[in-house]
Design a protein around this ligand. Sequence first.
Ligand SMILES: *Cc1c(COP(=O)(O)O)cnc(C)c1O
Length: 405
Amino acid sequence: MNGNIDLEARYCAQNYLPLPVVITRAEGVHVWDDAGKKYLDMMSAYSAVSHGHANPRLVRLVIEQVAQLSVVSRAFYTDKLGPFLERACELTGQDMALPMNSGAEAVETAIKAARKWAYTVKGVAHDQAEIIACTGNFHGRTIAIVAMSDEPQYQSGFGPFPAGFRLVEFGNLEALEVAINENTAAFLVEPIQGEGGIIVPPEGYLKAAQALCRKHNVLLIADEIQTGLGRTGKLLACEHEGVQPDGLILGKALGGGILPVSLFLARRDVMQVFTPGDHGSTFGGNPLAAAVGLEALNIIVDDDLVGRSAARGDYLIKALRTIASPLISDIRGRGLFIGIEIEPSLATARSVCEALMARGLLSKETHDTVVRLAPPLIISEAEIDWAVMQIREVLGEIDRLRLAS
Ligand SMILES: *Cc1c(COP(=O)(O)O)cnc(C)c1O
């Protein structure tokens, strides 16, 4: 029995199924539970904690900024928003940005931008604009976003849904070309699907998708909320294929593991569809969040978190591939964004995560069969060695138990 677990069970909506651990403190790549037990965090809040917990530069900045200025709304200018957006545009090669808080809000912003661009620039007929998304996508949880999902549970019981979305198979270019028509505003895609199970599309897919979008005057919008900001070993996962999207969505790690900070970034002609009153958010772009976002970006550059993700990700995936276990049916990913596919007839990913937790390694399953490994980008090789040893031993144990029963 644990008082905090009981309280959440009684008072919190049961929309998650957390592992039974109560975390009370965190620093760097580690977290501690209420009994003082230490864990290596290989989950990093779905990639929101790429900078490590309680990053000292961010902690210092937050304490200073919170005492100076936190929230005034965008009814006024501040000394923090402009510099943050300038840096974000400079690093991503985009022209302009619109600040939001959660990832889902930034995706909604992208959808609104794409639709209004379709009507006012491309010339699509009134209310006919279509957005193409991919099977297996995850873009968040609002009604419009789950309208794009093909995960039955995300939609079941929540209809009716807005129209104007089409799905094509992720990785299938012919399906994309067939789906594009004169009403298509945008193709919205995750360069690597995260919640879908760390799914890397075929080589050249994004590049060819970009060419198709150009040919048909369709916006290519990359949802890099999870893959962006170094997670896959490049600043943006689109860079693996030399693709510059027309619209880009960032979130998660943009808040430095401290605050929700998200952005929709785009070319000038796309962003200029917004006029005063079209769209907004009370907290979006607040000076505290903007200061955190700017520092989060600067730390990624100063500490070479992108290079570290590439090198340590390579190191981790090679070490994982030395594990000989019938429970592993696939290991895939890029940078420190790795999924271990568990053979479903032999074990569940959840049972692997629970056994890892008992040994002090936190991870989370996605889609029943995939163990996700996405540690803070500051993880060291020694910490990776320790993690791989735990994974090797847990898989060995589960296999022995299975054979014995
Ligand atoms: C997490 C995520 C979102 C949603 O972000 P929230 O901050 O949870 O709203 C959207 N797209 C992708 C690719 C994500 O991984």
